[in-house]
Ligand binder design. Structure first.
Ligand code: FAD
Length: 372
């Protein structure tokens, strides 16, 4: 009998899972809370690593399309001192494709293709072990049962409680995002500062990173150590008030760097939460997790890559038609836990060093990753 498979969430992990299953002639019901693919801004740019995100795209048969869309020049990275001195200026060699960038929206559309996603289907709870399988409760009060439910529903997963009591905790680092449009025409100085890829400035316990997306769009991330309630008394919707508080926080930094904040449009507050490093659980038949739902970690270039590869690998092992599908899920979980545990350690240590009292720590991280 054909397995009834659902994946909750149409982020990079859920879509990679559904897409690879589809490629092998199987299908999954994709349940997504958002009412439509463009219901909210898709977010910034992602670098997809060879051997992780790019491998997942290869498994999905989408690598050539990715190569046509992605921006290898986006791998360029410049590091400045807070007084504006250029400390490092790294550019990829011609043909360098280790970590090209792609806009999140472009990646979503690539993975979506003709997949049939059920939009507006927010899951509230998952109950394994009922006589008819795994019972899924929806926000509109409806219920449905499946043989396998894959929780790819991100940081605040509603599937996770079915397998684990873990919940994300605050890292002590907050990120406030803003963006600049049409940067080459409207802000040519900031376009030059950002270059083809990213510019990062590290100070004591704070950093500013600007990343070029396609179409002249630049995302700016201000990261700093602060208590969760740092913005008490500040209306997050009041862009001018947030801008003023950020300019005060980064006071004394070089003027061209502060212009990234002065010209930013709306500000989005994103405190950084993580799950415990090496989060695992006792296997529950019929339910599993992947991506941020399983191993939320600091956003340092690994999360989407891992989610996609996990989605692709789980789909391949299910499509291989094992005698016992549950055994395939168990084996998948062991592989995921080992690999994600390593990345969680790397990114947790990375965040400590990139938002550190000693900015030289951040430079040392860059020099290890990107030796000249
Ligand atoms: C600023 C920033 C930059 C980053 N840069 C990178 C990078 O360069 N490279 C990289 O690899 N990673 C990066 N990451 C991390 C990456 O974004 C995440 O790790 C990745 O998106 C996780 O994918 P996912 O599919 O597990 O979950 P998500 O992308 O969070 O997708 C979850 C999906 O589930 C849906 N959903 C949620 N709850 C429900 C529900 N109850 N019912 C139904 N649907 C639901 C959501 O609407 C969403 O569509 C970055 C993160 C941030 C914040």
């Amino acid at each position: 009998m054909r397995q009834r498979i659902a994946v909750v969430g149409s982020g990079p992990g859920g879509l990679a899972f559904a897409r690879v299953l589809h490629r092998h002639g199987c299908s999954a019901t994709v349940l997504e809370r958002d009412p439509a693919p463009d219901a909210r801004p898709p977010g910034g740019t992602l670098d997809l690593h060879q051997g992780l995100g790019q491998l997942a795209l290869e498994k999905a048969g989408l690598l050539a399309e990715f190569q046509a869309l992605s921006r290898p020049e986006g791998q360029a990275m410049r590091i400045l001192d807070t007084d504006g001195t250029v400390l490092r200026d790294w550019r990829p060699r011609p043909g360098e494709r280790a970590n090209p960038e792609i806009d999140r929206g472009q990646l979503r559309d690539l993975l979506l293709g003709t997949l049939d996603v059920q939009w507006g289907r927010g899951v509230t709870r998952v109950v394994p072990g009922t006589p008819d399988g795994v019972l899924v409760h929806f926000a509109d009060g409806r219920q449905e049962t499946f043989d396998l439910v894959v929780g790819a529903d991100g940081a605040w997963s509603r599937v996770r409680p079915a397998v684990s009591p873990a919940t994300p905790h605050y890292t002590g680092v907050t990120s406030v995002e803003t963006s600049l449009d049409d940067v080459d025409t409207r802000h040519p100085g900031l376009a030059r500062l950002t270059g083809d890829g990213s510019v990062a400035v590290y100070g004591a316990n704070r950093s500013l990173v600007a990343q070029r997306n396609s179409g002249g769009h630049v995302k700016v991330y201000a990261r700093f150590r602060a208590p969760l309630d740092w913005h008490t008394g500040l209306d997050p919707a009041d862009a001018e008030a947030v801008r003023a508080s950020l300019l005060a926080l980064f006071d004394g930094w070089a003027e061209p760097v502060l212009d990234l904040l002065r010209h930013g449009t709306a500000f989005v507050h994103r405190p950084l939460y993580v799950l415990p490093v090496s989060h695992t659980w006792t296997h529950v038949p019929g339910v599993t997790l992947l991506g941020d739902a399983a191993h939320l970690m600091p956003p340092l270039g690994a999360g989407a890559n891992l989610a996609m590869l996990e989605g692709a690998e789980l789909a391949e092992s299910i499509a291989a038609g094992p005698d016992d599908p549950d055994e395939a899920v168990r084996a998948f979980e062991e592989t995921m836990w080992a690999r994600a545990g390593r990345w969680a350690q790397i990114t947790t240590a990375g965040l400590e060093r990139l938002v550190s009292p000693d900015p030289a720590e951040a430079l040392a991280v860059f020099d290890r990753v990107q030796p000249s």
